[in-house]
Write a protein that binds this ligand. Sequence first.
Ligand SMILES: C[S@@+](CC[C@H](N)C(=O)[O-])C[C@H]1O[C@@H](n2cnc3c(N)ncnc32)[C@H](O)[C@@H]1O
Length: 459
Amino acid sequence: MSISNFKKDKKIRSLAPKDFKEETTTVWSFKQRGDWATHSGVYRGNWSPYIPRNVILKYSKPGEIVLDYFCGAGTTAVEAKLLGRKCIALDINDKAIELAKKNLDFNLNGLFDQIYEPELLIGDARDLSFIKDNSIDLICAHPPYANIIHYTDHKEGDLSFYDIDGFLNEMTKVAKESYRVLKPGRQCAILIGDLRRHKHIVPLGFKLINIYLNAGFRLKELVIKRQHNCKTTGFWYKNSIKYNFLLLAHEYLPIFEKPKELLSSKEDYTSYDKNVSLSIETCNCRKTLKEMETTTVWILPKKEYINFLNKNIIKRYATGKKYKIVNLSFSSYKNFKWEKVEKEDLSLLLIYSSIFENFDISKDDIKNYLSKGVELIDMLTPFLNKTGHVVIKLKDLRIDSYIIPVAKLFVDSISNDFLKLKEIIIITKDEEIKDFHKDNQEKDLKINHEYLLVYEKVK
Ligand SMILES: C[S@@+](CC[C@H](N)C(=O)[O-])C[C@H]1O[C@@H](n2cnc3c(N)ncnc32)[C@H](O)[C@@H]1O
């Protein structure tokens, strides 16, 4: 059972967070989890109320209907009530619904003309047959992350008892139901994290995004939610270096949109063959660095961004003397040759891609980049030594107001038996972004994160 302290009532001090500002970029970071109204961390694995608050404010209006089919202790339902939205919230766990009812037992003392009490139900997210087609204005939900925390005593249908493949299979049903009940043109936000198994990363976040995209959704935003409870000093710092792994410090909040009209076909990024290829240029960097990054989120000084990036990557992943930093750009690498580099010689191949700095990049360019980039990695893998690493820096792009999740597409495209995904690192600059929405009618988020995909040679 994941509820502790079940009977204790919480004294309400305020009904809203202090000095709240809506998020305007793709990296969301809340130092405190939030304890206004009845919010508390009593239910294990509950999400910070700042997440549903931001999502509800951005993507719905007062009086509209919000659905959370993984209600837990009712964080979304409490926010919906506080913000004057109607809400349907269900959970397979009857104890969670009991707790959610307690959490919703507060008075709004004439704050709104109309107060909507959320509808709380014991139910299964895979079967929303009690909800009509095209009737929900917003979905905002936080599933279990496969079977890392169990929520019931093995109740039939509890998705927290499925292993990764089984979980994704069941989520296919949830995504299909989500698509059916949501109104066209409206949004569905899902929080999900990655898992580490046998020292490598299972990109559960990217896999779940694929499931919702296959159900017919488009990707409106891909938000990174930072986790603040990560231990980064003492014991953890030493072990992170000794065993060369990073503490998982981020989750993904993809915000999907149901298209207004039925899409004729799904976009395919897997096959592309235009007669353009990538070129390689080699650069150099020194290794000295006082303190290494130890979690999967690196916030680096804006002024020395690339310098800090290189140093951190080289210090952690260039375990032998020889490494290469390359830059890929469109032209030809047909006659590519490295001087003084033998097979199995390199401990690190660090790949930057200057094509992403180009403002006019098209979908065709991305398709071309992906197919050639993957081909290039296959060509260069033999130069890596037995435990060598490939690190590639990528970023999501927005084209025609939707996100092209380039890092996810890259992970989808790599099928090299010699390489295993070791880390997905989020990198961002320590800059303050002010008033981004001033000139942005659509209220799209500013993409201010990039990715490092770290692959390890395993054969
Ligand atoms: C990560 S928790 C959600 C926490 C919630 N956001 C909160 O703040 O309290 C996931 C929830 O999914 C529920 N769950 C698991 N399988 C389910 C299913 N098939 N249908 C509905 N809820 C399910 C679990 O009981 C658990 O409460």
